[in-house]
Design a protein around this ligand. Structure first.
Ligand code: NAD
Length: 468
């Protein structure tokens, strides 16, 4: 059996974790155990479900330094961001712990007028086994933002983490060990076969990752008749209006485009400047040059390595292709280092239809465009197949409003970077970025449950009761 390994992207000789992939056959066995454990869990009172999730949050806070160091080492996330991810994961667990006490009927109609004496009410019930397939780039927060609502709602979980985040996957298992009934949650390391088996064994499926894999997951889940959600790529735009302050906006966008080496689905990939772009471009080039690139263990570093050598080549090839087609690189290269580093790269003079502008490179590359007016900005922002998030920057409330109305992405952020997620709000995209219902917030609780309508009539009076 071939082992799967995760390696530290800043120090590729460092093998962080090695595992034997869980075979599809064994996934089926584990799914059976999860399903059996779920029958007990779904009947547990809300206080004990909440206590288990809160216990996992407490455990994570106790192990925050270790978890932060593991994320930095395994996926090369800069230390400051890794620490924030750990805090966020703990907060997500707290949030869903509390949701164990939330109403379980349809919120706008928990009880309805009944046509006979008695009650007519709705009730949300867990679906069974949640099959979760996750990427490497938020190796703790994404598994937790899927598993926590699934568990809170009374489901069991099969979680397949990315092969590039095996140790973080183990950590997720450890967070819950001993707090949940035995076998309620299994983390199953493996590749595509294991992922497919998880989808086939589940009653509800949630995926985050690339668009190409997401389509396969959606196809498998749909064929099996499962409710499925898939959060996939983005090619996100930031629109800069003429009255945006160049210096502060440039700093915000430099971080949103290049932070964590651009490896966020919400990273800014296209910067659309309304009017003359010269002053803003200069400010942005300066802001990108000021970002510290290097070893992600250093708390001042904003841009670490990309995840693999293949990812590095993908990014470099995308930049070369853009240059060959007339694109101009506005930023400087970086000194060669060990590890999978790529210089943060700003481009202009690129055709908006070029693949570097339309397809996800998932690295520290962004392209600047100038457009004459707000309408042209909205048109260009909406012109790609993806539809995850757009940010707009400026002061004129009328123009900001006009733009937010015209933008077609699932998330729209005014004077805030495209990056950044509120775990208590619905999260998801449009077009090729997403499939199925939103995740996070209360939307996740809806997704991991099915809605039942119960007519509960009182029995007719017996003749003795009628007589009395
Ligand atoms: P990926 O698609 O390569 O892998 C995601 C997961 O799917 C991994 O666990 C992988 O092992 C598994 N997988 C691979 N082939 C499979 C198959 N045939 N069937 C079932 N599972 C399979 O993605 P990645 O490289 O880990 O992550 C980067 C991608 O994730 C980027 O495209 C990024 O935009 C996207 N992403 C999206 C969001 C979002 O919320 N929209 C968030 C984070 C990352």
């Amino acid at each position: 059996m071939t082992l799967i390994q995760s390696r530290s992207p800043q120090n590729p000789d460092d093998i962080v974790e090695e595992r034997v992939p869980v075979t599809p056959e064994h996934v089926q066995v584990l799914a059976g155990r999860v399903r059996a454990a779920q029958l007990t869990w779904r009947r547990q009172d809300p206080s004990s479900r909440a206590a288990a999730l809160r216990g996992a949050a407490d455990r994570l806070r106790t192990r925050a330094d270790e978890a932060t160091a593991l994320i930095v080492r395994e996926v090369g996330k800069p230390a400051m961001e890794a620490r924030a991810e750990v805090s966020r994961a703990a907060a997500i667990l707290d949030y869903y712990a509390q949701s164990c006490f939330a109403p379980t009927g349809e919120l706008l109609a928990p009880t309805l007028p009944a046509n006979q004496p008695g009650l007519l009410f709705t009730e949300r019930r867990p679906r069974g086994v949640a099959g979760l397939v996750t990427p490497w780039n938020f190796p703790l927060a994404i598994p937790v933002w899927k598993a926590a609502p699934a568990l809170a709602a009374g489901n069991g979980v099969l979680l397949k983490p990315s092969p590039s985040a095996l140790a973080c996957g183990n950590l997720v298992q450890q967070l819950f060990d001993g707090l949940l009934p035995a076998n309620l949650l299994h983390v199953v390391p493996g590749g595509a076969d294991t992922g497919q088996a998880v989808i086939q064994a589940a009653d509800v499926a949630s995926f985050t990752g690339s668009e190409s894999v997401g389509r396969k997951v959606v196809a498998a889940a749909t064929q099996g008749g499962l409710p499925v959600q898939a959060e996939m790529g983005g090619q996100n735009a930031a629109v800069v209006l003429p009255d945006a302050d160049p210096a502060t906006t440039a700093i915000m966008l430099a971080g949103a485009a290049m932070g964590y080496a651009g490896q966020k689905c919400t990273a800014t990939r296209r910067i659309i400047v309304v009017g003359d772009a010269a002053v803003f471009t200069e400010a942005l080039v300066a802001a990108v040059a000021a970002l510290r690139v290097g070893d992600p263990t250093n708390v001042d570093v904003v841009v670490g390595p990309v995840i693999t050598e293949a990812a590095r080549h993908r990014v470099l090839d995308a930049v070369s292709a853009a240059r060959a087609a007339g694109g101009r690189v506005l930023t400087n290269d970086i000194a060669t280092r060990d590890g999978f580093y790529v210089a943060p790269t700003l481009l202009d003079s690129v055709d908006p239809g070029h693949s570097v502008a339309c397809e996800e490179t998932f690295g520290p590359v962004a392209t600047i465009f100038a457009v004459p007016n707000v309408r042209a900005a909205a048109f260009l922002a909406n012109s790609v197949r993806f539809g995850l998030v757009t940010s707009v920057h400026g002061r004129d409330i009328g123009r900001l409003f006009e733009l937010t109305k015209a933008i077609d992405t699932g998330l729209i952020r005014v004077n805030a970077p495209t990056t950044g997620v509120d775990f208590h709000a619905p999260f998801g995209g449009e077009k090729a970025s997403s499939h199925g219902p939103r995740e996070q917030g209360t939307a996740a609780l809806d997704f991991y449950t099915s809605l039942h309508t119960v007519t509960f009539a009182t029995p007719p009076l017996t003749s003795a009761e009628e007589a009395s």
